[in-house]
Design a protein around this ligand. Structure first.
Ligand code: AGV
Ligand code: CA
Length: 312
C-alpha cells in the first residue's frame, strides 16, 4: 500500500479526485486538507466529508480546513460551485455527516499526518501550494518523509489560463493564487511531478464525455461524476476562459497509473513578481522536475470508469 495525503481546493475535479483516490486499491489515504481557493471553504470541507462518508468503503479519515489566504482570489462564480456539489442529493441521502473535521488547520494537519505515518507519504495536491509551503517552513524535516509531490499547476508553454488584469497571460491559476508558495516548494528538496496545462489540454470535458458518463449512471460514483461535471462548461465550439478540463483528475489518476502518461525531466524556475508572477518556465540549470507531456486519452477515461465502478 502507498500512503497518500491529498490537499485540494474544492472544485468539481478536486472532489472527483478525492472520490477516485478512495477507490484506488493500492492507496492508503492518510489525510485530506481543503484550501478555500477555487471554492468557498465551508461547502468544500462539507462536500469532502460527505464524499468520504459515501465512498470510502468504511475507511476512517478526517478533513482539515485550511486557514491559508491567497494573493489573487479566484472568481466568485467558480468558487460558488462547491455549494452545488455539497447539495447534490447523492451526498445527502443519510442527512448526517460522520467524517470529522481535523483539529488543526490543513498545513499543520499535513505535518502531523506525514510524521505519524510509518514510511513515506506521497502528496497529491490539486490546488495552490500554500499549505505545503507553510508546512515546509514550519517543519522542514517533513521533506525526508515525502516520497514525491504530484501537483496540478503551472504550465511551461507560456499559455496560461488566468484572464485577469495586471497579469500577462502566461500563468496557470493554482500558481497565480500564491506564486511565492510555488517558489518555496521549488526551493525545497522534494521530488516533483507537475501536471501543467500543456497535458491537461489533451483531456477537455466534452459533450461526448458527459454522454458516456450518463450511460453509466447506474454506478453511483459515475452518477456523482456526471452530476458534478454538469455544473461546469464543456469544450463545445471553441475554448473560453471557463472551459473545463480534467486538470486534477489527470493528476490524481496519473499518480496511480503512470503508464497513462509520458513525462520528461526539465529544469525550471518560478517568477514571483511583476505581471508574470506565478509563471513556471524552463531554464538551464533550473530546478529539476518531472513534467507530464502526453496522455493516453482513451485509457485515461477508461481508468476513471474502472476506478469509479469499484465504488458499486
Ligand atoms: O487551473 C486549473 C485548476 C485546477 O486545479 N483550477 C480548476 C482545477 O480544479 C482553476 C481553474 C482554471 N480554470 C477554471 C478553474 C475554470 N474555468 N473554472 C473553475 N476553475
Ligand atoms: Ca483544483
Amino acid at each position: 500500500m502507498r500512503n497518500v495525503y491529498f490537499n485540494h481546493d474544492g472544485s468539481v475535479d478536486d472532489l472527483v479526485s478525492l472520490l477516485l483516490l478512495l477507490q484506488m486499491p493500492d492507496v492508503h489515504l492518510t489525510g485530506v486538507g481543503v484550501i478555500g481557493a477555487d471554492a468557498y471553504l465551508e461547502p468544500a470541507v462539507s462536500a469532502s466529508r460527505k464524499v468520504i462518508d459515501r465512498f470510502s468503503h468504511g475507511a476512517t479519515l478526517n478533513v482539515a480546513a485550511s486557514n491559508s489566504r491567497g494573493v489573487h482570489p479566484f472568481p466568485k462564480e467558480w468558487r460558488m460551485d462547491a455549494f452545488s456539489l455539497d447539495a447534490l442529493p447523492i451526498l445527502n441521502e443519510s442527512g448526517t455527516i460522520n467524517t470529522p473535521i481535523a483539529s488543526k488547520p490543513a498545513h499543520l494537519d499535513l505535518i502531523d499526518k506525514v510524521q505519524a505515518t510509518a514510511g513515506k507519504t506521497t502528496l497529491v495536491m490539486t490546488g495552490p501550494l500554500t499549505d505545503l509551503a507553510r508546512a515546509l517552513e514550519t517543519d522542514p524535516s517533513i521533506a525526508d518523509k515525502i516520497d514525491r509531490l504530484y501537483w496540478m499547476g503551472g504550465t511551461l508553454d507560456n499559455r496560461g489560463n488566468v484572464a485577469e488584469p495586471e497579469q500577462d497571460g502566461t500563468v496557470e491559476w493554482n500558481a497565480y493564487w500564491d506564486p511565492q508558495a510555488v517558489k518555496t516548494v521549488w526551493d525545497s528538496p522534494l521530488t516533483i511531478q507537475m501536471v501543467g496545462l500543456e497535458s491537461t489540454h489533451q483531456v477537455p470535458l466534452t459533450p461526448a464525455v458527459r454522454q458516456h458518463w450518463a450511460t453509466l449512471r447506474q454506478h453511483p460514483a459515475l452518477d456523482f461524476i456526471g452530476q458534478g461535471y454538469a455544473l461546469v462548461p464543456p469544450l463545445e465550439h471553441f475554448e473560453t476562459n471557463s472551459t473545463y478540463f480534467l486538470w486534477d483528475v489527470l493528476t490524481t489518476v496519473a499518480s496511480d497509473t503512470p503508464s497513462l502518461v509520458t513525462t520528461k525531466t526539465v529544469t525550471t524556475d518560478v517568477l514571483t513578481t511583476g505581471p508574470g508572477q506565478g509563471r513556471t518556465f524552463e531554464v538551464a540549470d533550473g530546478r529539476p522536475i518531472t513534467l507530464v507531456t502526453t496522455v493516453d486519452h482513451d485509457g485515461f477515461f477508461r481508468r476513471i470508469d474502472e476506478l469509479a465502478q469499484l465504488a458499486d
